[in-house]
Each structure stands twice: as C-alpha cells, then as structure tokens.
Design a protein around this ligand. Structure first.
Ligand code: VG1
Ligand code: CO
Length: 541
C-alpha cells in the first residue's frame, strides 16, 4: 500500500560541496531524510527508472536504505541495484551506475566526516554518467525542499539486503549485488595485475589503512586475495558504523598510525589510506609523505606505464586550490590542463567530453575517466603499478620528479568550527579588499593578482562564481582561502598555500618552513586572528 505523507519544508536542506550532510540526529529527525529523498525523485523523476543505492556503512546507513527503497517503490521506480548490506564505496557506486546504464544513484555517506549516532550522515545523488549531480540539479533539489508538502511511502517490511539476489518490493525489483566484484574486475582491466602479483611475490611490503571504513572488503579482495599481498596488509579492514571512533580522513593527522609506521624503523615499502566512502587516498613511501598535489603530478607523468593509460592522457584537470605541479606535467607532455572549482562534480563534463583523463584535488582525491568519482583504491593501484614498472622507491620517484619539474611546496591549513558569522565577516572583508591588493608588497613578495575565482565550464558553459579568494604573487607563490562546504559545525576556513622552487637547489626543504612567508602573508592579509581569534590551524596537510 502506498501512502502519501503530509510534510512541510525543513530549512537548510541545501547540498554543499558533495551532497547534503548533517549531524546524524538531524537526518534521523521526523521527515528529514524523507523530504530530501522526495525532492530528489521530484527533480529527476522515478517512474519506470533504475537507480543504484549504497552507502559507506556508517550509522543509520541500513535504516536509511530501507526508507529510500520504500520511497523509490512508492514513486514508481522499476528497479534498484543495491550493494549487499546497503554498502557501496562511492567509486564502486559510480561504476555500477555506468556498468548497468542506470538513471543514476543515491549514495549515503558523509565521506571523510566521522560517523556514529552523534556524528555525521549524508545523502547525495549521482547522475546517469556516474558523477555527482551538478550545481543546477542540486539547486533544483534544494528549491524543491523549500516547497514540499508531501512524500510517497510504500508500507512494507524491510528487504533482506544481506541476501544477494533478486527481491520484490511492492512490484519494484531490488537486485542485491556483491559490492566488490564488479569494481575489482574494473581495476583488473586498468592495471597490470600479473606485474603487481610479481611485485608482492618478490617481497614488496605494503600497509593499507582502511580506517574502519568502506574500503576494507575492497582492499582485502584486491590487494590480499587477487594480488597476493601478505595477509594482514590491510588494517582496520572491517567497516564499522562509527568507524571504530576513527576520523576516516586519510591525512597525516587522522591516519597517524599509518604515518608512525611509515616513518619508523622497518617501515614497509609503501603505505596508503582511504576515507569513509573510499574516494580519497593518502599515499606514503618509506620515510616520505606524498602531498596529494604532488601525487596527482606524479600519476600524470607516469600513468602511461599502466595498461589502462598506455595510450597517454587527453588532459589533466585539478581543482583551483590544488597546486600547479600537475600543470607543469601537462605542459611538458603537451596535453590540455584545466582548473576547476573545488568538488568532483566539476570534473564530470571534462571527463564525459574526453578532454581530461586524470583529475585531482589537494584534498586527497585523485581519479580518472574510468568512473565519475575520485577513487582511493584506483590511485593506490596506479601508484603500485608505477612502482612495479620503475622499480624505484617512492622517495626516488619524488626526487626525480622535482628535479625534472621543480617543486611546488604546498600545504593546506584548516581552521575548524569557527563561529559562522566571524568566518563570513572575515571573508567579506577579504573580498572587499581584493581590488586594492594588486602591487602591494607583503613579506618581500609583490601581489600580482587578487580575485574571487569564477569558473565557466568549457563544455557546457555553466558559470560558478565565488569559488574562493586567490592572491597570487609575482614569484608565483599563491594564497587561496575559502570556506568548507562539507562541514556540519560552524564554519571551516581552508587556507591553501603554495610556493614554487624551480631547483636544482632548494628542493628538499620542509614545506612549512619553505612556506613560512606565504603563511605570514595569509594571516596578515585576511586579518585572521582579528576576525576569528585563531592564530594556529587545527589540521595541517
Ligand atoms: C572537501 C574538499 C574537496 C572535496 C570534498 C568532498 O570540500 O576540500 O576537495 O571534493 O571535501 O570530498 P570542502 O568544501 O569541505 O572544502 V569527500 O571525500 O568528503 O566526498
Ligand atoms: Co570521500
């Protein structure tokens, strides 16, 4: 029986950088999930359609999946493809949407945000191309939430999502599938698995930290079962609803266990970690951390060594705050380069049009045209493939890379949970000062340009304004500041810092030291302490 439930708009259901994220109790509140899901179906239409459904397994994932399935059936969907246990990594969901040519998918995740009864939950919609809905679509969904009066619900028992196979829910087909198999098969088409098996058989040691989040089963299947890495290579391999209390954000601060091991005596050859929903990655060599911006550049310079990219790359795209290291590679290779706003949704049109093959963000995200999301395990496997072919250490590969291209020293400083009004006031004052900054001398550097990044999509012409303040100095150094669009508490200020050293001297400094004048300039120009009371960041990556 289908019921129509009366509801009213709930304020604040505006998707951010990547879907709608709120505290779990908010999402579990009366009508909250239902209103947003109905808004999705109202905008994209559900009648007769097929969607993929899965999430990162965090607290409320299983209950939310049953609600979404009942609503899909009530709204007339023909078929839902669901990962077993309602679990799918974000890149695996993207792949299933593409593989099965569905009408899109719903992903339940707050990604790198902590999970649990008092932590974060999230929902996002992906398009038939497998990528996150673009701004125009998420804006329409938000508009719909502001005028909603009712949602449709099927009265039915839970579907057994642990049982792989076909189920019926009020006339809608529910296909429960193995969340790992198709994704692992896709990886086999891109990378030289025999060479990787030989690498591990030859004694190569790796540590993969899945941070009690979604990649555990994927990493065990691919690294340990298919590639023969030693049992136990993958740690924190069992996904838990609260991520075991870990903050599933793969950076040196939150993946400190991995960092300690990689910097210690008897470190393995290669270390990696991934985030809550498996789209982010951090890679670490023995004794050396690879910044995500450098990782993108190294992958771009070496991707042709993996079978899936042997023909070379059409182009490389990076988000604006990501360092220009990848641009130098693109120039050297004579291929196209693109600079987009923060958020993977902006890469979709470039990938669909075949103009970019590799994409990356400074926030530990890298991916390619094999799916339409960033992909943590994909990046880790590409690194492994490169290591297998070049037979060098991560440290050697980085040193050679910087010697050839120069080094873009880079760091991001995050100031978390600032009172929203204070952060907004600081950004407003900074924006107001931009027109007068040109030519000003700060910390011995002269400001060449200062603006608020606006992007015109070269494929579809859509325009996105106010994507972050950038201050560029005449020596190429750069400060970028923007407020996070994924947080659920106050405002998070992100300060992105970059300074280029052409070499051959000065390629092996500590990034924080190399960036010290740029950091001081950032604090001074934004009057950070004055507005926010903060003098030091909470997280440095
Ligand atoms: C952050 C990152 C951004 C990334 C986004 C989603 O957004 O900076 O690069 O695309 O998270 O990543 P923001 O607005 O907080 O800076 V994930 O792995 O949380 O889906
Ligand atoms: Co993520």
């Amino acid at each position: 029986m289908i019921t129509t439930v009366a509801t009213q708009p709930i304020a604040g259901q505006k998707p951010g950088t990547s879907g709608l994220r709120k505290k779990t109790p908010v999402f579990m509140g009366p009508h909250y999930l239902e209103n947003f899901v109905q808004a999705i179906f109202d905008v994209v239409g559900a009648s007769g359609k097929t969607f993929v459904l899965g999430g990162d397994g965090r607290y409320f994932n299983d209950r939310a999946a049953q609600v979404i399935l009942r609503m899909a059936a009530a709204n007339g969907a023909a078929r839902m493809i669901v990962g077993q246990g309602a679990v799918l990594s974000t890149p695996a969901a993207s792949h299933l949407i593409r593989l099965n040519k569905t009408d899109g998918g719903i992903i339940m995740s707050a990604s790198h945000n902590p999970g649990g009864p008092e932590e974060d939950f999230g929902v996002k919609f992906n398009m038939p191309n497998g990528g996150p809905a673009p701004e125009g679509v998420t804006e329409a969904m938000f508009q719909r939430t502001t005028e909603i009066t009712a949602y449709k619900m099927l009265e039915a028992q839970d579907v057994d999502l642990n049982a792989i196979g076909r189920h019926d829910l009020g006339g809608m087909i529910v296909d429960v599938v193995d969340p790992v198999a198709d994704y692992a098969d896709l990886m086999e088409t891109l990378f030289d698995f025999p060479a990787l098996r030989a690498l591990f058989a030859g004694g190569f040691r790796m540590r993969m930290d899945s941070m009690c989040a979604v990649t555990g089963p994927y990493a065990v299947e691919i690294l340990e079962n298919r590639l023969g890495a030693a049992p136990g290579t993958v740690t924190h391999a069992t996904p838990l609803p609260d991520f075991g209390g870990m903050h599933p954000d793969p950076n040196p601060t939150w993946a400190h266990e991995l960092m300690d091991e990689m910097m210690g005596a008897d470190a393995p050859d290669f270390g990696a970690a991934s985030d809550g929903d498996g789209d982010r990655n951090m890679v670490v060599g023995r004794g050396i951390y690879v910044s995500p911006s450098d990782s993108l550049a190294v992958l771009a310079a070496n991707a042709h060594l993996a079978p899936g990219y042997a023909k070379g790359l059409a182009g490389v795209a990076r988000s604006m705050p990501t360092s220009a290291a990848a641009d130098r590679v693109a120039d050297a290779l004579g291929i196209a380069k693109f600079e987009t706003p923060t958020g993977w949704k902006f890469f979709g049109s470039l990938l669909d049009a075949g103009r970019a093959t590799l994409c990356g963000e400074e926030s530990f995200g890298t991916g390619s045209d094999h799916v339409r999301e960033k992909d943590g395990l994909w990046a880790i496997l590409l690194w492994l493939n490169i290591l297998a072919v070049r037979k060098q250490s991560v440290a050697e590969i980085l040193a050679e890379h910087w010697a050839r291209f120069g080094r873009n020293y880079y760091s991001r400083h995050d100031f978390e949970a600032i009172a929203t009004d204070k952060a907004d006031a600081m950004m407003a004052a900074l924006r107001a000062s931009l027109a007068d900054l040109r030519g000003r001398e700060v910390e011995g550097m002269t400001i060449a340009t200062a603006d608020d990044f606006a992007y015109t999509d070269p494929v579809d012409g859509s325009v996105s304004a106010k994507q972050g303040v950038r201050i560029i100095f005449d020596d190429g150094s750069r400060i970028v500041m923007r407020l996070s669009g994924t947080g659920t508490e106050g405002a998070t200020l992100r300060v992105y810092l970059e300074r280029y050293s052409p070499g051959p001297e000065g390629l092996d400094h500590d990034p924080q030291e190399a960036l010290a004048p740029v950091i001081r300039a950032a604090h001074g120009l934004a009057r950070l302490a004055e507005f926010t009371g903060r003098t030091a960041p909470d997280v440095v990556t």
